[in-house]
Design a binder for this molecule. Structure first.
Ligand SMILES: *Cc1c(COP(=O)(O)O)cnc(C)c1O
Length: 384
C-alpha cells in the first residue's frame, strides 16, 4: 500500500533524529516568545531588525488593507498589479541604486523565476555548494547543467568556468550564507563573471536591511554595480513583512517580468503588503541604531561564549552558528537550553551537510545584551 511507504519513511526520519515539528507561538515574532503558555527567550528568527512586531509597521499594514483591500484579484500581468506596487518597486530600485526592481510573492518564488528566465537546456549554472535550497530547486527547474563548486572556492569556480562550453553561464550565490553566516566574496565573483561573460545572481535574503550603508545590502556593502548583476532581496526577514524583489538593469528586469513563470502564473500578493513595505523601507533606511545595536550584540556573544568548548563559526552577521556535528547531540543541547527556557533551533541535514548539525543562533535588534549573556552563560555552564 502506498501509505505504508509513507509510514516507513516517517519512522525512518524518527530513527535518524530527522523528524521536524512545528511549535505554535502564542505571541508576535519577538525574542520573548510564549509557547504552550511558557515564556521562552528565542534566538531563532530572521527578523534581524526587530521589525516584524514593530507597531508602526503593523499600523501601516492595517492602513494598507484599508486603502487597498485584502487581495490583488489576479496575476500581475492580467489585472493584479497596483500603483502602490509601482511605488514600492521604484523605491526599492532607488534604494539599491539600480534602474529597476520587480516585486515577487516570496524569495523562493523569485529564485524559481530567475534561474529559468536566464538559463535553459545547454546552459550552465555555477552554484556555491552551500546555496539555499530554493536556488538548487530553481536550477533543476531551469534544466541547465548544474555545477556546484565547493563553498566560496574561487579557484574551483574559475576552473569550471574556463572549461565550460555552455553558451550562457550563470554564477549563483547566497550573499550571506543562511546556515553559516559568512559573506560571499562578491567582488571576486563579479570579476569572474566579467572575465567569463557570465551573469551573477546574488541572493541577499540575509543581507538586505542588515549590511551596507543604510541597510542597502551586500552588494552596496561592497559598492558593486553592473548590468550583469541580478540582485534578489527578500522582504520577510529583516524587512519584517513578506515578499521579495529582484533589482538590476532595466532590460534585465523587463526580461524577467516577461519570462519568470513564478511571476506570471501566480496571483499577485495583496497590494496592502506594498503599502506596509514602503513603511518598512523607511524604517530600514533610518535603522542605523538598530544595526549598530545588532553589531554590539554580536560582539557580546563572541566575547562571552567559551570558544574552547563551543565551535562557533566565524561570522560578522547576526547568524552565529555553533557546529556540533551529530544530529542527536545537537538536539540534546537544544533540549537542555529549552529546559532553561532558551530556544535555539537545531539545524540538521538536509538543511546543512551531513555531519555538520548545528545550533543556529540568530540575533536581532530586539535582543538585549542581557538576553545574549543569558544565552552564553547557560551554554558555558551546561554539563559536558
Ligand atoms: C529565506 C531564504 C530564501 C527564501 O525567501 P522567502 O521569502 O522566505 O521565500 C531564499 N534564499 C535564502 C538564502 C533564504 O535564506
Amino acid at each position: 500500500m502506498l501509505i505504508d511507504d509513507l509510514r516507513a519513511g516517517l519512522a525512518d526520519l524518527d530513527s535518524r533524529a530527522l523528524r521536524r515539528r512545528r511549535r505554535s507561538l502564542e505571541t508576535q515574532c519577538s525574542p520573548r516568545a510564549v509557547i504552550d503558555g511558557r515564556p521562552m527567550l528565542a534566538f531563532c528568527s530572521n527578523d534581524y531588525l526587530g521589525l516584524a512586531s514593530e507597531p508602526l509597521l503593523a499600523e501601516a499594514l492595517a492602513e494598507g488593507a484599508r486603502l487597498w483591500g485584502s487581495g490583488s484579484g489576479a496575476s500581475a500581468l492580467v489585472s493584479g498589479h497596483y500603483a502602490v506596487v509601482d511605488e514600492l518597486e521604484q523605491a526599492l530600485a532607488a534604494f539599491c541604486g539600480t534602474e529597476r526592481a520587480l516585486a515577487f510573492g516570496t524569495g523562493y518564488l523569485a529564485n524559481l523565476g530567475i534561474l529559468p528566465a536566464f538559463s535553459g537546456r545547454g546552459d550552465e549554472i555555477f552554484a556555491d555548494r552551500l546555496n539555499h535550497a530554493s536556488l538548487v530547486d530553481a536550477a533543476l527547474l531551469a534544466r541547465a547543467t548544474l555545477t556546484r563548486y565547493p563553498h566560496c572556492d574561487l579557484d574551483r569556480l574559475e576552473h569550471a568556468l574556463a572549461h565550460s562550453t555552455a553558451r550562457r553561464k550563470l554564477i549563483v550565490s547566497d550573499a550571506v550564507f543562511s546556515m553559516d553566516g559568512d559573506i560571499a566574496p562578491l567582488p571576486a565573483l563579479l570579476e569572474l563573471a566579467e572575465r567569463h561573460d557570465a551573469w551573477l545572481v546574488v541572493d541577499d535574503a540575509h543581507g538586505f536591511g542588515v549590511l551596507g550603508p543604510g541597510g542597502r545590502g551586500s552588494v552596496a556593502h561592497f559598492g558593486l554595480s553592473s548590468w550583469r548583476l541580478i540582485y534578489m532581496g527578500t522582504l520577510g526577514k529583516a524587512a519584517g513583512v513578506a515578499g521579495a524583489f529582484v533589482a538590476g538593469n532595466a532590460d534585465v528586469i523587463e526580461w524577467l517580468m516577461q519570462k519568470a513563470r513564478s511571476y506570471v502564473f501566480t496571483t499577485a500578493p495583496p497590494p496592502a503588503l506594498s503599502h506596509a513595505l514602503l513603511c518598512s523601507l523607511r524604517l530600514i533606511k533610518d535603522g542605523t541604531s538598530r544595526r549598530n545595536h545588532l553589531q554590539a550584540l554580536i560582539a557580546t556573544l563572541t566575547g562571552h561564549l567559551d570558544l574552547q568548548r563551543w565551535h562557533l563559526l566565524s561570522s560578522r552577521t547576526p547568524i552565529q552558528p555553533i557546529v556540533i556535528g551529530d544530529n542527536q547531540r545537537t538536539l540534546d543541547v537544544a533540549a537542555r537550553l529549552q529546559q532553561e527556557s532558551i530556544w535555539v533551533p537545531a539545524i540538521r541535514p538536509p538543511t546543512v551537510p551531513v555531519g555538520s548539525a548545528r545550533l543556529r543562533i540568530s540575533l536581532t535588534a530586539a535582543h538585549t545584551h542581557e538576553d545574549v549573556l543569558r544565552l552564553t552563560d547557560t551554554l558555558n555552564g551546561l554539563a559536558p
